[in-house]
Design a protein around this ligand. Structure first.
Ligand SMILES: Cc1ncc(COP(=O)(O)O)c(C=O)c1O
Length: 458
């Protein structure tokens, strides 16, 4: 991260001018995507399968992927920095995943009975995340849903404490203050719990207390005020749905200590950080082991997946039948085959060395451009994950994030898209690289960024 340089403001008219030009170029080169989206809007609300895919200027329809590259339906080629919202750290159509899945397809895809691979996957996750017991799910949403149920059952309490602006999936319990509108959030030291969607019962929202990230004082006060009510504190140890927000030194340890002092569990949502920022996610990178950990995305090698791991005494609630943890497709053979290959054969120490080398190229290259052009931006890289924050200061919580002008991130998205790098949709600007990305692939992002920086200053 680099924030110690002289930064000068960029003219907003210049940003608007460039954005308009880049939007025109975007539509010019994507006529088939435009047509498909128009058709899709008659059939699917917003024209997409999940509302997260409906970002400005419009969805890009993808045809296929191979290695670090994807091609859209208009034939445009991209280095994939989106990687399916952080899933594809193995890259597209990895030969080992293709072989493992093909073997499984030919041998039957679904039994709803355990297959041998479930042991290997659970063993590997146990070793990485220091949790003795595991259950599988089909998504991050299901993983956090199960973790919340376990924590409530184990403690006999119902209240949850969550961090303002973390997303933990789309089940009701945690659809609170995910991206709350500034006019509704209340004071920084006592954030209001704001439902993220209509249809979430008020009674469920009322069971959630919201606290700012990186603030142990407010957390302690909330635990005191809600003495004997709190089942769990759930955190995303590095916030990744509003840029990349790192925990302060000692913060995660402090959260665990406070939770335990008050008889509550600590749940990590490692759906995005797990196996991407370290072989053992944030658990490994920061050395604080939670009571329950939620995984999904990258652990499945590109197939729908999820897992919840935890302390033996907590997971015993499932063993003795007091907690129902269920799912027809849990541990399904296709996902287990892809997952075992991903964990054992692809995400090896060499893979993390490769991520670190590419992260260094990105960090060094982008820091250089930012310094040279005196831009009010900074860069954070964490192995396979990283991003540019379009502000000069480190973001520590949602209130800081709100101060950032999102128009730069949108311009950058268009700029990269028109020059062969596809970023995740939305203004959060963070990337995922894969084992199949090369130095030249990440250099393309740096070169595009340098071109944008020069134009911003022109
Ligand atoms: C931190 C975090 N938790 C949970 C989820 C939900 O995962 P899924 O979309 O697989 O249900 C997401 C999805 O983006 C996420 O980023």
């Amino acid at each position: 991260m680099n924030v110690a340089h002289d930064a000068k403001q960029v003219s907003t008219t210049r940003v608007a001018e460039l954005t308009e030009r880049e939007e025109r170029a975007f539509f010019e080169a994507r006529k088939r995507s435009v047509g498909l989206w128009q058709e899709a809007r008659h059939l699917l609300p917003m024209g997409v399968p999940s509302s997260f895919q409906a970002a400005r200027p419009q969805p890009v329809f993808i045809d296929q992927g191979q290695g670090s590259r994807i091609w859209d339906v208009d034939g445009n080629e991209y280095v994939d920095f989106h990687n399916g919202f952080g899933v594809m750290v193995v890259g597209h159509a990895h030969p080992l995943v293709v072989a493992a899945v093909n073997r499984r397809v030919a041998a039957g895809t679904h039994f709803a009975q355990p297959v041998t691979e479930v042991l290997g996957v659970a063993q590997d996750l146990s070793r990485r995340f220091q949790q003795p017991q595991w259950r599988f799910t089909n998504s991050g949403t299901e993983s956090t849903l199960d973790a919340v149920r376990l924590a409530r059952a184990f403690t006999g309490r119902e209240r949850l404490i969550k961090i303002e602006a973390t997303y933990h999936g789309h089940h009701d319990s945690l659809m609170v203050s995910v991206e709350p509108p500034p006019e509704l959030i209340g004071p920084a030291d006592h954030p209001v719990a704001v439902p993220w969607s209509e249809g979430v019962p008020r009674a469920v929202v009322d069971l959630v207390s919201v606290v700012p990230f990186n603030d142990l004082e407010v957390l302690e006060r909330t635990l005191e005020r809600r003495r004997d009510e709190v089942a769990a504190v759930i955190v995303e140890p590095v916030m990744m749905n509003c840029g990349i927000v790192l925990p302060d030194d000692g913060y995660l340890q402090g959260v665990r200590d406070l939770a335990h002092q008050h008889g509550a569990l600590l749940i990590y949502d490692e759906v995005k950080t797990g196996v991407t920022i370290d072989p053992a996610g944030a658990t490994g990178r920061f050395g604080v082991v939670p009571d329950l950990v939620c995984l999904a995305k990258a652990i499945g090698g590109g197939l729908p997946c999820g897992a919840v791991g935890g302390r033996a005494d907590v997971m015993a609630m499932i063993e003795d039948g007091r907690v129902a943890q269920l799912g027809t497709f849990n541990g399904n053979p296709l996902t287990m085959a892809a997952s075992l290959t991903t964990l054992r054969e692809i995400l090896t120490p060499a893979a993390y060395a490769h991520f670190d080398a590419l992260a260094e190229t990105l960090q060094g290259g982008l820091d250089g451009v930012i310094r040279e052009r005196e831009l009010p931006f900074h860069v954070i890289t964490l192995a396979a994950r990283g991003g540019v924050t379009y502000g000069p200061e480190r973001v520590r919580n949602y209130r800081d994030y709100l101060k950032i002008d999102k128009s730069y991130a949108y311009l950058s998205w268009l700029y990269q898209c028109n020059r062969g790098v596809l970023m995740a949709p939305g203004a959060e600007e963070n990337w995922t690289i894969s084992v199949q990305h090369s130095e030249a692939d990440v250099q393309r992002y740096v070169d595009n960024f340098a071109e944008m920086a020069a134009e911003l200053r022109a």
